[in-house]
Design a protein around this ligand. Structure first.
Ligand code: AHR
Length: 862
């Protein structure tokens, strides 16, 4: 960022030098337009001229604002924008969105560079708002919006004082429409837009804003693969490092946490230890929006043998929330029902498995099942019999003990007798789960997570929390209580959520990890990329339903924290946890589009929580990026409502992390605290390798330094099942049998294991004047007051050794034996593991940081 400031100073200096030689004009003509390229998705462009002959394209075709309407990919179009300077002295842009909806887009700006939130007023039903125009009547202080409606083949108009509320739509005389846009020949290509006479200063700022963007993009896209050229003359780097041990500040105890979202099969088929896939026969083609013919209520099941048939029934189910069950009709013995699990069931010799099923006899004399686990050769490796069914649903349970191994095992259920029998909630769990919990979590995966020492767990999303439509929002009440009473639903990542891993299990997991629970609830609006509902635009829970919605959120707090005699506390106690879970944090919203629809709903929720549970720390949301409209508008709401903490998200290139180490040093200490809820370094191809991990390590050193304002951080996403991944990179990959932590995981774990209570002031003086060199070395020092440990973290992201001379004057009171942990390899390495050794304090005098390395020294007070 320092470099970017330097660049700005350079631009200003160049400009004043320039204005000394040539006289700049007082004003120029600005042309604002959008092209039809990329299906109209390239947003707003500017060009300028002084003589109306030579046009200068800014960028060329730099996008100053893009449309946010609808889903990514298909929509987000800006058609025929029109700009005016409004009665409020701000710039207003309106544009057409598509060829069918009766809505248009509106946004405003003070400087034509930064654009505030967009709104999409609906003025027509059943017809399209085509090529809207805007004018302002300075006498009545109102705007007149006019447009053409293709179906009625007429222009219409509506007036508005604030561009939020609109008056009655009236037909317009055709002579009063269609005059605002002009055609300009932009050096051989004709474009349509609006012309504005503006002060030269306006043009100058626009041009410089674009140049700054271009410069930043160059820096942020630097990759290690070009380091040999970039640093061809660099042989080594020398630096002096000193620690001012007595200069400390308290930092957050919750800096290192995790974000668990059911993406990439993280829950069902992943952390949730259930081995039967589609146990409740609730899979539905809509889970995948009809894209997979085999994805239905029989998914992962099959029949074997003759004389057996099935149907999926809904009459008199076990529970209305899980309405499907399977009815088997058996005409000859020997036929069986098989479940293949999630791409096979892993069975381990000697291990015990809890099998359970809801069953009822419909007709005939079926009065038992043989329940077996088969290995991949069809050999039975566990067997038991379930007996005596009656005409009402009954839950039957038994324990299977495996006498063989299978990587791709099968569950087989063979009815005994002939007739018709119904089954539901067919379940198989290893008894060995994390902390031996029933309905528990996969031990190896949970232990890998626990090894990170997460101080908090954010759940259940992410996008899963707010869903991709109002009816897809995660409803915590559907996820508690007996499994057969929970309400499964579509997972917007393109599969199914059994919600067997629900709110109770999340809270229990947090407790087992010794981590703070941090649930995230939708702010009454679904995902930015919603495809369900609202003509493709962001919709919100209707205002008349918000009271109920807010009550659900207040009920969640009672469920977590209420006494066991409260209505919801009693349900928690009945599930097995009479003591409160001590919920302190609650996220409202997830990187939402910050619109009027959002703000209205967020404010209602925020005020209600504050009134009833002032002790809860509500975490607001600042959009999906580290800058831009949602970020600024989100933080503006934080200021307005005095929100205690804000959730920020950004997935950035390694270069961004290298050159933005002072991102939080610039934050106002009197404003909301920060929860960096989602971040990761992304390279083309999306690997998780040493290059991305070191960029994240650089950022983590800066986060520790800013641990007074940054309260919490979590990498995203956490888990990914091989072959079932929607998002890369992730922190921990796994299959049914193995857990494969990444290099990024090692960095998170090292920072988790080596956290401190205080940040210790330290100075590194690198003997180089090249900011590309100095930006690639980062340090942080923390002190853990309870453990009396001083921890130095040093990142060298250069292709050469960094020779550091540490001033050990303040370190004489520490034990001479220091624990050293080093992570280093080639930047493309995906397999490097940290190496631990014990070194002598003296080695700090002539410290060598390996190329592409993270090195940690742990000193213990004598
Ligand atoms: O971490 C994956 C996704 O990234 C989250 O669901 C969402 O919040 C973000 O866009």
């Amino acid at each position: 960022m320092k470099n970017i400031c330097l660049f700005l100073i350079m631009l200003v200096a160049m400009r004043s030098a320039h204005s000394k030689i040539t006289a700049e004009p007082d004003s120029a003509l600005l042309f604002a337009y959008a092209t039809t390229k990329n299906n109209n998705k390239n947003g707003l462009h500017y060009a300028w001229t002084i003589d109306q002959k030579k046009w200068h394209l800014v960028g060329p075709e730099h996008s100053f604002v893009r449309s946010d309407y609808g889903t990514w990919g298909a929509q987000k179009r800006m058609i025929a924008p029109v700009l005016i300077k409004g009665v409020d002295n701000r710039w207003h842009a309106i544009w057409q969105l598509n060829e069918q909806d009766g809505v248009f887009a509106s946004a405003s700006s003070e400087d034509l560079i930064f654009w505030y939130r967009q709104s999409y007023p609906q003025v027509l039903v059943g017809d399209n708002v085509s090529k809207p125009e805007i004018s302002c009547d300075k006498i009545s202080n109102q705007y007149i919006i006019s447009w053409f409606s293709p179906k009625s083949n007429k222009p219409f108009s509506a007036v508005s004082k604030d561009l939020i509320n609109y008056g009655e739509v009236k037909e317009l005389d055709s002579s009063s429409y269609g005059k605002q846009r002009v055609k300009v020949d932009l050096n051989g290509i004709e474009e349509e837009g609006t012309l504005h006479k503006v002060a030269w200063e306006v043009i100058d700022k626009i041009v410089n804003a674009q140049k700054l963007e271009a410069y930043k993009s160059l820096l942020h896209n630097e990759r290690t693969e070009d380091d040999m050229v970039r640093f061809a003359d660099l042989k080594s780097v020398k630096a002096n490092f000193s620690i001012e041990f007595n200069d400390q500040k308290r930092i957050s105890d919750y800096l290192m946490g995790i974000f668990f979202e059911d993406i990439n099969y993280a829950a069902d088929g992943g952390l949730y230890a259930e081995l039967v896939q589609n146990r409740g026969f609730e899979y539905h083609p809509h889970d995948k929006k009809g894209s997979d013919a085999n994805w239905n209520s029989f998914k992962s099941w099959k029949l074997e043998g003759k004389g057996i048939a099935h149907k999926i029934d809904t009459l008199n189910p076990v529970h209305i929330n899980s309405k499907n069950y399977i009815a088997l009709s058996v005409t000859a013995e020997g036929g069986a029902l098989l479940n293949e699990g999630f791409d096979g069931i892993v069975v381990r010799n000697g291990q015990k498995y809890d099998f359970s099923v809801f069953v009822k006899n419909v007709k005939g004399n079926i009065n038992g099942f043989v329940v077996e686990l088969l290995d991949e050769n069809g050999k039975t490796i566990a067997q038991q019999i379930v007996k005596s069914f009656n005409k009402k649903w009954q839950k039957k349970s038994l324990v299977l003990i495996a006498n063989g191994n299978a990587k791709k095992g099968i569950l087989r259920i063979t009815p005994q007798g002939r007739g018709e029998v119904a089954l539901d909630m067919v379940s198989l769990f290893p008894q060995e789960t994390f902390k031996e919990r029933k309905n528990g979590l996969r031990k190896d995966l949970a232990e890998t997570i626990a090894a990170m020492h997460p101080r908090f767990v954010r759940f259940p999303g992410g996008c899963v929390a707010h869903g991709d439509g109002i009816h897809n929002m995660y409803n915590w009440k559907n996820t508690i209580g007996p499994l057969e009473e929970r309400k499964p639903q579509r997972n917007l990542w393109g599969y199914h959520q059994s919600v067997g891993l629900g709110y109770y299990e999340y809270f229990q997991f947090c407790k087992d990890l010794g981590a703070e629970p941090l649930p995230v609830i939708a702010a009454g609006v679904p995902c930015q990329n919603s495809s369900d509902g609202g003509a493709g635009q962001q919709c919100g829970i209707p205002l008349h339903e918000m009271d109920n919605y807010i009550q659900d959120i207040l009920d969640l707090i009672e469920y977590a924290n209420g006494d066991r005699n409260t209505y919801w506390g009693k349900k928690r106690a009945a599930a097995g946890h009479p003591e409160p879970f001590n919920l302190r944090y609650l996220g409202i919203g997830n990187e939402d589009l910050i619109t009027d629809i959002f703000e209205e709903r967020f404010t209602l929720i925020f005020n209600a929580i504050k009134a009833k549970y002032p002790e809860i720390i509500v975490i607001g949301t600042a959009g999906p990026f580290n800058e831009g409209t949602d970020y600024v508008e989100g933080w503006n709401i934080a200021d307005k409502l005095n929100i205690p903490m804000m959730d920020e998200h950004y997935y950035q290139t390694p270069g961004w992390f290298i050159y933005n180490q002072d991102f939080y040093d610039r934050y106002d200490r009197n404003k909301a605290k920060v929860y960096l809820g989602e971040y990761a370094a992304h390279l083309p191809g999306r690997p998780n390798n040493l290059e991305t991990a070191l960029a994240e390590a650089i950022h983590l050193t800066a986060l520790e330094r800013n641990g007074d304002i940054v309260e919490m951080t979590s990498y995203a996403p956490l888990l990914a099942k091989e072959g079932f991944t929607q998002w890369n990179p992730d922190l921990i990959y796994f299959n049914n049998d193995e857990v494969k932590p990444t290099v990024g995981y090692e960095v998170q774990k090292l920072f988790g294991e080596n956290a401190g209570t205080h940040y210790v002031d330290n100075t590194i003086r690198i003997h180089s004047t090249d900011f590309k060199v100095t930006s690639r070395i980062a340090t942080s020092v923390v002190w853990h007051e309870n453990k009396s440990e001083l921890i130095l973290k040093m990142v060298n992201m250069l292709p050469v050794t960094a020779e550091i001379e540490v001033d050990t004057a303040h370190l004489t009171s520490f034990d001479a034996n220091i624990e050293k942990t080093e992570l280093n390899d080639v930047p493309s390495s995906k397999t490097v593991k940290p190496a631990k050794s014990v070194v002598d304090l003296q080695c700090l005098n002539q410290l060598k940081l390996q190329p592409y390395s993270l090195t940690i020294f742990k000193l213990t007070k004598k």
